[in-house]
Design a binder for this molecule. Sequence first.
Ligand SMILES: Cc1cc2nc3c(=O)[nH]c(=O)nc-3n(C[C@H](O)[C@H](O)[C@H](O)COP(=O)(O)O)c2cc1C
Length: 181
Amino acid sequence: MKLELKNWYKILCPRPVVLISTIDTQGISNAAPYSFVMPISCQPAMVGFASGLKRHTLTNIRETKEFILNIPSEEIIDQMWQCAKPYPQGVSEIRETGLSEEKAEKVSVPRIGECIGWIECSLEFEREIGDHVLIVGQVLYSQVRDEWWKDDKYQAIQAKPLLHIGGCEFSIPGWATEPVE
Ligand SMILES: Cc1cc2nc3c(=O)[nH]c(=O)nc-3n(C[C@H](O)[C@H](O)[C@H](O)COP(=O)(O)O)c2cc1C
């Protein structure tokens, strides 16, 4: 099947979902799901994601230069979905959905307590590309729940991170190969 060009990215999936938490200049938190997310550099640690032009997340990052990638599991799929709704500026999706704010290690933004792991970032640079803005962040700190890190490895199958297939369809990792020699 030859795809219409507008559909090209739909076969680049499933993509890991992150809930990006930020704060505005008044210190009010915001959280929104994102799946256009990618590691960019291991050392120095850099991560990138693409944001639509009209997002509170983008406004907050431009103002405060900080954000956290919170990794949600299947258990909080309903709250993740609620966070995608267009809440008014100044209303915290984290509080509205009953998720909890926890103090982060290196940034003023709160992390979301119920998540599997957290990647705390400061804004390195941004660049508008087509209908999105590429945000590149320096990773200042990252942490995963103890139960999901064993033998120096992330236990992704057990942790059940949410993956986005597209639209309202999600998946979780269900199978891993034996290590390839
Ligand atoms: C699973 C999922 C993934 C999403 N990924 C992105 C994304 O990568 N970039 C983006 O701009 N919006 C994405 N969205 C849409 C935003 O989450 C949505 O527009 C949200 O209301 C933005 O909130 P904010 O204005 O508080 O930042 C995604 C939505 C869902 C449900």
